[in-house]
Design a protein around this ligand. Sequence first.
Ligand SMILES: Nc1ncnc2c1ncn2[C@@H]1O[C@H](COP(=O)(O)OP(=O)(O)OP(=O)(O)O)[C@@H](O)[C@H]1O
Ligand SMILES: [Mg+2]
Length: 474
Amino acid sequence: MTIQNELTPHQIVGELDRYIIGQHEAKKSVAIALRNRWRRLNASAEMRDEIMPNNIIMIGPTGVGKTEIARRLAKLSGAPFVKVEATKFTEVGYVGRDVDSMIRDLCDIAINMVREEHSSSVQEKAVQRAEDRILDILIPPAPVVLSKVPVITTPGFEMQQGQPAAQVGAASIDDHVLRTRTRDKFRKKLRDGDLDEREIEIEVSSDQSPMLQVFGPMGMEEMGVNMQDIFGNLGGKKSKKRRVPVAEAREILTQAEAQKLIDMDKVTKQALERVQQSGIVFIDEIDKVATRGGAGKSGPDVSREGVQRDLLPIVEGSSVNTKYGMVKTDHILFIASGAFHIAKPSDLIPELQGRFPIRVELDSLTEEDFYKILTVPQNALLKQYKALLESEGVDVEFTDEAVREVAHMAAAVNEDVENIGARRLHTILTTLLEDILFDVPDAMRDDHFLVDRDLVLSKLAEVVENRDLSQYIL
Ligand SMILES: Nc1ncnc2c1ncn2[C@@H]1O[C@H](COP(=O)(O)OP(=O)(O)OP(=O)(O)O)[C@@H](O)[C@H]1O
Ligand SMILES: [Mg+2]
């Protein structure tokens, strides 16, 4: 088995660079960790089991890109990836999610992923079958005229070809030829999309409809039991008839046929394998479950430390029971992240610290970083606003000095009020652009709008300089 993605560490950093400014150390660490998965899978079989993943803790102030790095890594890793918040978990026995559920979520994700892949490999066949089903509805297959003499037929026999000619009237043979011809004509029309608008009645099995959602009682989750599986199958698979346009019917039926063609046992097996060999779990806000000092432990702290203790076996390597089967967590990569403002990594229980041997610190963002964040990444904020206004036919342009000024203000407010990292840029830009976003298209009819330094100053200087105001507005 190989991980689809075989980016080298440099390439991984290069990909991350397209979205995240700076934070080179963190990018480097995750790139190495990701590549090590691939290296391990290509090592000799005996060594493979010995090589353990090196789990990582990313430490850094709020809003500097920790979660963003994880999110981007997920996209480009091609491995099953789940992001969880440590604060969502509680010790077993408390109300909340138990830590095992992160592995179950990971399995769900892997199953979907593998099923998607399988479904694209059977796509062609499914499309064909769906087409046949639609044609069957449009032109029902020729009814077979049997002789008056009662014959014992086995189910399905009537459909068989090559029946004794004596039993089929001459007229019906012509009929048959005609029908085949009509069918071919319709097939062509169908493919050309000529029939897309026409309505037909199809049978859809209701278990496909996402309307039915059954929530299990708390605690059922631990058993890895899906209530939907239990109740969904009560009384068998219900199907109901629906009238839909052919275009939609084609989609529904293709999907249904694809489901039938997929071998779910194989999907499950592959998915579990993938989880165990290349799964990645990102645990955000790990600092929030770190307890400070030994004294005065009470209230929620008990549960927090419990969460850490529950995490240990999973991070270390154990078997978790999921509804798809047992999953071994030994080679799953864990990346934890936290601001560690109040608690320090050393406030985590020692065993857990040992499970995360690699520490990377992310840097606070500077004015220069802000300038780049505004302009460089593919999803840079200014590009986002430009795209928003473009949809109204307005071309908004920011002068370089204006962008520098925004970056400068963001850095200043972060320093004066509170450092919220790059999130500051969001608040500043919305304040700056509020009027134009409101006035387009009603009150502003120009199709070009220039944001220069003067405009930035006139809109924001007062707010930025007045600490009380900026506390509320920015
Ligand atoms: N270095 C960066 N380059 C580009 N964008 C960034 C960077 N840092 C943060 N951002 C942007 O700022 C926003 C917040 O970043 P992110 O969610 O990664 O913060 P975080 O470090 O996880 O903070 P927290 O500790 O509060 O969870 C995101 O929209 C992200 O795109
Ligand atoms: Mg975060």
